[in-house]
Design a protein around this ligand. Structure first.
Ligand SMILES: *Cc1c(COP(=O)(O)O)cnc(C)c1O
Length: 440
């Protein structure tokens, strides 16, 4: 691709990181289903191991098919470099373990995806890394929770299932005041609707399992680095000595000095994926690449369909409340307008929305609604081309008591929709007939 042109999102979604195969002429990215790569000579092998030459050694470290996905997502996010991982959870773990060790501390939003709350709050606490969870509604809550041993600030562009919008710029400023990187999970917005780097985030993570893949077939995750965070600044250098000093884990390399604006990604690759092994398989990278080719088209359709469904629910006599940041009535609408790409003049807010049924026994009505749906799929996932529906209080959040449900913002009557890209009229029809059955 020409270096002189700023290609648009849809062009980069199809081409970034890929060229026709120089050996065979294959236009599609080949699946390099191999564990290892032959060295040209003993000298070539030595220089690869010393990180003096870029090249492939073993697919746990790097693979040409996976590299296309990494370059493509880095391009779509406006980042410098990326590292693909086996799942979204592995990507988050890799992003954090690249810069944290026992004794360190994270400040994170309390409204994160449930799996992430478990990873940080329970998983990392077993490794001696503590997390303070704060209400993200007021960005100052992040500042108040920062301690001398804090090493990262963590949030989500759009929460799930609350679909709350984080003020990325305000939280980034607070993190940077303390020499800390802001890590943003951009899974629910996708890079088409929001680029957190444009608002000051330093590292972006994705569960590519969701909208990037888009077909509900493949698990994957990605870590992306903006290339702008200065690990050697006066505020940061004492906090991240392992970015600056010779790596004990990898041939004495000084990651920041040697690789500069992609030093963090190299450290994550060499010290975390290489050592802990959460790497992505070439086949799964290829499947996610097929999805990304239509990301821009699918996200437009998800947003348009979700807006039509939200408006329909708003006007429905059997619906008590609707929560979707695209609606002008949403308390998060202004932030959504600032941070998200506009679709038909409204902030594109992805396909996730929640609502409650107006009924004396709303929780039971919620369960009956789910059972009455015809083609809406009852399952625990989001970001599929298919419309998905779940009643969190009786499924994903079943183990929480009433107080914990309230703290997580999960009302007993809450139904979560991940609106797909079927015909909007058919989605609305299914919701309408299920609503009428639920309260009969
Ligand atoms: C699903 C999800 C994850 C975890 O990703 P997996 O690919 O399931 O491991 C992390 N964050 C968010 C926001 C998610 O929706």
């Amino acid at each position: 691709m020409s270096k002189d042109r700023d290609y648009g999102f849809g062009t980069r979604a199809i081409h970034a990181g890929a060229v026709p195969d120089p050996v065979t002429g294959a236009r599609a990215t080949p699946i390099h289903q191999t564990t290892s790569f032959v060295f040209d000579s003993a000298e070539h092998a030595a220089s690869l191991f010393n990180l003096q030459t870029f090249g492939n050694v073993y697919s746990r470290i790097s693979n040409p098919t996976v590299a296309v996905l990494e370059e493509r997502v880095a391009s779509l996010e406006g980042g410098r470099a990326a590292l693909a991982c086996a799942t979204g959870m592995a990507a988050q773990m890799t992003a954090l373990l690249a810069i944290l060790k026992a004794g360190d501390h994270i400040v994170a939003a309390s409204t994160l995806y449930g799996g992430t709350v478990g990873q940080l709050g329970i998983g990392f606490s077993r490794l001696g890394i503590e997390t303070s969870f704060v209400d993200p509604e007021d960005p100052e809550n992040f500042r108040r929770a920062i301690r001398p041993n804090t090493r990262a600030v963590y949030g989500e562009t759009l929460g799930n299932p609350l679909v709350n919008v984080l003020d990325i710029e305000a939280v980034a400023r607070i993190a940077h005041d303390h020499g800390l990187p802001l890590i943003i999970d951009n899974t629910v917005a996708s890079p088409y609707l929001c680029n957190p780097f444009a608002f000051g985030a330093d590292i972006v993570v994705h569960s590519a399992t969701k909208y990037l893949g888009g077909h509900g077939t493949t698990m994957a995750g990605v870590v992306v680095e903006s290339g702008k965070f200065d690990w050697g600044s006066p505020l940061s250098k004492d906090k991240f000595p392992e970015m600056l000093e010779p790596s004990r884990a990898y041939h004495g390399v000084k990651f920041y000095e040697t690789f500069g604006d992609f030093g963090y990604t190299m450290k994550a690759r060499m010290e975390v994926n290489r050592t802990f092994g959460g790497s992505l398989s070439p086949l799964n990278a290829w499947l996610i690449l097929q999805g990304i080719e239509t990301l821009h088209l699918r996200m437009q359709a998800h947003c348009r369909n979700a807006m039509q469904v939200a408006r329909f629910l708003q006007s429905h006599p059997l619906v008590g409340w609707v929560n979707y940041p695209g609606l002008p009535e949403s308390p998060h609408h202004a932030l959504a307008q600032k941070q998200f790409r506009s679709i038909d003049g409204l902030p594109g807010s992805s396909g996730i929305l929640t609502f409650g049924i107006r009924s004396p026994d709303a929780a039971k009505a919620g369960e009956r609604f789910i059972d009455a749906c015809e083609f809406l799929s009852h399952l625990a996932n989001i970001g599929d081309a298919k419309t998905l529906v779940i009643h969190p209080a009786s499924t994903t959040h079943r183990q929480l008591n009433e107080e914990e449900l309230a703290r997580a913002g999960v009302r007993p009557d809450m139904i979560r929709l991940s609106v797909g890209i079927e015909e909007a009229d058919d989605i609305v029809w299914d919701i309408d007939q299920a609503l009428r059955q639920a309260v009969r």
